[in-house]
Design a protein around this ligand. Sequence first.
Ligand code: ATP
Ligand code: MG
Length: 602
Amino acid sequence: MMSPSVSPVMPDYDSARATFNWQQARARLAGLPGGGVNIGYEAIDRHLLEGIGEHVALRCISREGTTTTLTFAQLADLSSRFANTLDALDVARGESVFTLLGRCPELYATVLGTLRAGRVLCPLFTAFGPEPVRLRMDLGEARVLVTTRALYDKKVAPVRARLPDLRQVLITDPGDGPLPVGTSSLPELMAAAPCDFTVAATDTADLALLHFTSGTTGSPKGAMHNHGAVLAHQVTAAYALDLREGDVFWCTADPGWVTGMSYGIIGPLTLGVTTVVDAGDFEPRRWFTVLARERVTVWYTAPTALRMLMRSTPGGDAVTPREEYDLSALRFVASVGEPLNPEAVRWGEEALGLPVHDTWWQTETGAIMIAGFAADPVRPGSMGRPLPGVEAAVLECGNDDRATVTNGHVRIAEAPGARGELALRVGWPSMFCGYLHDRRRYEACFADGWYLTGDLVTRDADGWYWFVGRSDDVIKSAGHLIGPFEVESALMEHPAVAEAGVIGRPDAVAGAVVKAFVSLRAEYTAGEELRRELLAFARKRLGSAVAPREIEFEPDLPRTRSGKVMRRLLRARELGLPAGDLSSLQTSGNASDRSGESEDRR
Ligand code: ATP
Ligand code: MG
């Protein structure tokens, strides 16, 4: 007997936590008829059984602005055709299908078809160049690639000879002329394939997804996830994003990043809500138009995008969202990917009429772990509290800012406000099950029954978590431990500052001094006077021990494809060191790098 997929009323935090356990929550899944679990089945098939096949699953807006709607039944049809195509092409169970696609309907057919067929799906950013594409496909032993003609010509053809495992390239837009050698027409194959498909017998431990991390701190790692993760996708989409029946949800993350998968596709579909998909580039007026015209009720975005919107609203140039756009449908706004500066929370209150709730998680965790609950007032600057079913702790650290493990044991820093490494008790369903080809690195992430996240945090007396920095980014200056987030947030309080990236520059006396790279809002000009004003402003807020000693104006901070400030690159440039792995570096200067396709059009 299936229980309803969405609980209609959001319980308060304490009672949700007190009554929750993963074992019981499993009853929220439909489960395969013969037993077992499959992500695609939960996202699609169960809704047909529940009689809501005619509900709109996706509203896809093309770059030109035309909308294609797909019901759950239509998605079932398309993804079945794709699954049957994989069978016809003799792609074996467990083999991997890569996508190099923008947000087009074919992407969703491919993802859901691959999962329903029990093959492994790995999405790539369309803005990757040929070498990052090759590197990831080689590591992930890609057997099938689904992409567009233009992307194939530009990014795959030059490296195809070095991808011996790649057997099939399926082109979504074959057009009229002859196809490139070694590729096939996806529409043709799908038209010839049957439209019904029996979902493969998979279970919780079967591999489903491969996601490369953002590469913020080093080379991207391939994090593997299995079908059991769907329980966490569903539960966290309901608890952390407050998604319920009748919602219109918009997740702005690129599908090449884990957020674009867990919450751009899986979470909302499993809950039967309608998801808006915009294939266009980031542009403030376009985004506000989508929010207003589609009557979006729940919006999930990233600090980098919020900072871009802040730049373009009062204080910045002319957009006044609530006067110009009808945002009355909007009920809940959340952010992920980087620390959410208090300034952005307050901007949300003014510009959108709602505070922005933070959510913290990683590619490795597969789903949101810590969040500001919908029912709780936002505490600006805090990540929130662990979700029901998630046990978190602050672990005592050594000099390397990583948890100290003595004889296999860690120590929990119990005192409120104590700083340490954020750890999660092993056992939530979407925990990654390995790094591709790197068993040792995977094992090094665990100690004493905890997963060690590599992020430094504090927890206050009420159990709210506050981000300090990644252990690699924390600065030690004259005996103080300084988290870059605190300094960046303080700088952002100044009206001239749009964004800041803070690093430690080695110093013979202090060990390190704090240096800030600052990009300005459009109406401000860099100059000596403003630099002095910002230094003084920061000193007043932070005190001289923590405030930056140096400020450099930098119109475009380097960032990853998923939009995160790459402090390691700022540091390397500053010190004249090798830049390291740059395969994730964003080169277009666009907020959340929604520009992949436009690169091909240029
Ligand atoms: P890599 O692991 O390759 O260096 P990455 O850690 O940026 O890259 P992701 O898995 O995309 O790759 O990002 C997870 C990290 O992003 C977290 O460990 C954390 O440092 C940061 N992060 C995510 N959400 C938040 C948040 N709400 N507040 C602060 N930091 C966040
Ligand atoms: Mg990481």
